[in-house]
Design a binder for this molecule. Sequence first.
Ligand code: GLC
Length: 579
Amino acid sequence: MATWSGIVFLLVVGLLAVDAADPWWKTASFYQIYPRSFKDTNGDGVGDLNGVTEKLEYLKEIGITATWLSPFLKSPMADFGYDIADFKEVDPLFGTMEDFENMVARAKELNVKIILDFVPNHSSDECDWFIRSANGEEKYKDYYIWHPGFVDEDGVRRPPTNWVSVFRGSAWEWNENRQEYYLHQFHKKQPDFNFRNPVVREEMNDVLRFWLGKGVDGFRVDAIYHAFEVEADEDGNYPDEPRNDWTDDPDEYGYTHKIYTVDQPETPHLVYEWRQILEQFQADNGGDERILMVETWSPIEIVMDYYGNSTADGAQIPFNFQLISNLYYDSDAYHYEYLINNWLTLMPEGKSANWVIGNHDKNRVGSRFGADRVDLFNILLLTLPGCSITYNGEELGMLDGYVSWEDTVDPQACNGYEANYMDNSRDPARTPMHWTDDKYAGFTNGSTTWLPVALDYAQRNVKKERGVSLSHLNVYKRLQELRKEPTISGGAGEIKAVSSYVLAVKRSLSGNYVYISLFNIFDSIENVNLSEVFSGLPATFQYTLITDKSIKQVGDVVSAKSVTLMPHESIVLRSTTTV
Ligand code: GLC
């Protein structure tokens, strides 16, 4: 018969076990959906929310546990939804609020978390707040950053500073109505909010609460490092940014050195405030932890501030852009090793890593690094410690689609010149998802698509890759199976370059098998002695994941002292004994 002390002991152990359980996001497999290009259900050539709902089972099939969706809120689409006119309404192009609710309900049934793209830095110039601000209405007057500029000795009015927009040209636009310039760090149809105004901060807090109430599991926070600019001086003026000497073109974003327009010391504190809103919501409403994923292309030391500090929690996931930003086609294994370990070393204690290699702003992985390295990056992202973040289509190895200058719609390219539009355009990574080899790749039943479908869709699509045993898609699915292994989900990680050519990731957990992922980055045959690379390894391993570059089979046994890798081969080995 149970004694009271026995029951109390069991309760305490039980509670500790629950407390110790990792929150869902720590080892989640995230998937970024760019809804415009994912699946169109109404035949207008633009993807929609019902399309996402229809494909949630596909997410399940490929082992995804959470998805972040690029914006689908009311927008004139100058930056394809990153210019929001109403922060609490779905744009009719994507569907209705009811469609959104259905999507969330279905996602909950399938246990896929839904993360909304929260765009706090700017609104659309068609947002009611901006229209009222331009009209000088008292409440809204300081919602945005306004300045009359200066009249020079020739009587010509000039913008307040030399600040440049990310999409080219002055970051200041004259507004006839208000007779002042407003700041826009992106498109002129994306005026920047004034985050020094507490009323603006409260509006944004309210947006978060609204969507939390609608059942989202968190937010991807857009372009956060632009949120604050340097404070104006006592005359209300802003300083010029110092010049960079590598361009003379004042319209080029790189014309100035960004010391006043990004990475201001106040910015991470905004995120700390938002984290509290999420926590309060959870305290009031229960449910799983709501998360923040923060987009900041800042120096790594600054990125780390977004995790929080000893007095405040920040984002659970400040996007780790080390690989996406710093790896190149020719990077050797030491460079991979450095970038990975640098993140793990600089990450504050008790925090969790995340890995990103593709998104809607960068060229496709297979186009940047070569189609032969698609599996390499999927294996790397999914076997490193922490959560993985996959951009839709990367599981298939989709390449950049060809988009002619005439078909180009991305403002980042359209604001420049035909001669170099390909260097700036983000359209090639945004072409419609390849579902089948039917017309328009099964993306739409209509007769047009908002961007052309990539020409190779018949070779690379979900339907075809399902049927090819070592397709990128099937390698990806196998990886998701491996991620369920305790060693891969929660084990320690050791990342080492074996040579310039080969990278190795060891995962281990006491009482379990050791896993080693090996990546042959270049096109030579390589032989490695793993026992020299990692200490205390079991003597033999088994192939547990191979790719179409492999000549071995799953289950083949190999000595740790001699593993041969074919050109561009990446594999996962599992020790034959536990440790
Ligand atoms: C982020 C988005 C990008 C967008 C920009 C402005 O960087 O990822 O697509 O154009 O912010 O909102």
